[in-house]
Design a protein around this ligand. Structure first.
Ligand code: E4P
Length: 216
């Protein structure tokens, strides 16, 4: 499983890029709006900060306009992934854009059948939302992610799974165990993955012992 950063915050992306394990950045209209900056400028800046894929979501609701917007966003770099919502308009646009060689992520996926349809429309990625299902007392990983993984394996589907809406360490761990291709996570969640009190205590002890030897 690879790690992408789920944010449009440039400071967080700069800091995360330095950690050396982030291989892409996902955004959505809410994340872009939160930063209060020009959409294309943000996406262009993100492209300068990471080597991997940069996900940008169309805001049109009509298939033809989605295609038009997707093609325009795709011009911003050769690392673009165009996000489309998992409804029939998005599926139609996915088929057209995929046929033109544009890499599409179908987002807002909440059922395995949605993921299968997106894959059949040529999606390069599907983005199941784990946290939002957990929020309504469903099992985002235990049912949705595992079902999608099984369907893709049984049907030899190459579409990749980018698990989204991951809120905590257990979500990330469970996604890794379930075999998703990518987990996209906020910066603070990423930082938390490496924290362990025994690591901190162990390092403090090593340093204390080292200093005491030097003082002998
Ligand atoms: C991915 O880009 C998704 O839009 C994002 O992970 C959604 O996360 P949320 O459910 O925490 O808003």
């Amino acid at each position: 499983m690879r790690f992408y950063l789920d944010t449009a915050n440039i400071d967080d992306i700069e800091k995360a890029a330095k950690l050396g394990i982030i291989e892409g950045v996902t955004t959505n209209p809410s994340l872009i709006a939160k930063e209060g900056m020009d959409f294309e400028e943000v996406i262009k800046t993100i492209n300068t900060l990471v080597d991997g894929f940069v996900f940008a979501e169309v805001t049109a609701l009509d298939p033809e306009e989605m295609v038009e917007e997707g093609l325009k966003l795709n011009e911003l770099s050769d690392k673009m992934i165009i996000k489309l919502p998992c409804n029939w308009a998005g599926i139609q646009a996915c088929k057209i854009l995929s046929n033109k060689g544009v890499k599409v992520a179908v987002t807002l996926v909440f059922s395995a059948n949605q993921a299968l349809i997106a894959a059949r429309a040529g999606a390069y990625f599907v983005a199941p939302f784990v946290g939002r299902l957990n929020d309504i007392s469903q099992d985002g990983v235990g049912t949705l992610i595992k079902d999608i993984r099984e369907i893709f394996m049984v049907n030899k589907i190459k579409t990749k799974i980018v698990a989204a809406s991951l809120r905590n360490q257990m979500d990330v761990l469970n996604c890794a165990k379930a075999g998703v291709d990518v987990a996209t996570i906020p910066y603070q969640t990423l930082l938390g993955l490496l924290n362990h009190p025994l690591t901190d205590a162990g390092l403090a002890k090593f340093m204390k012992d080292w200093d005491s030897m030097k003082n002998k």
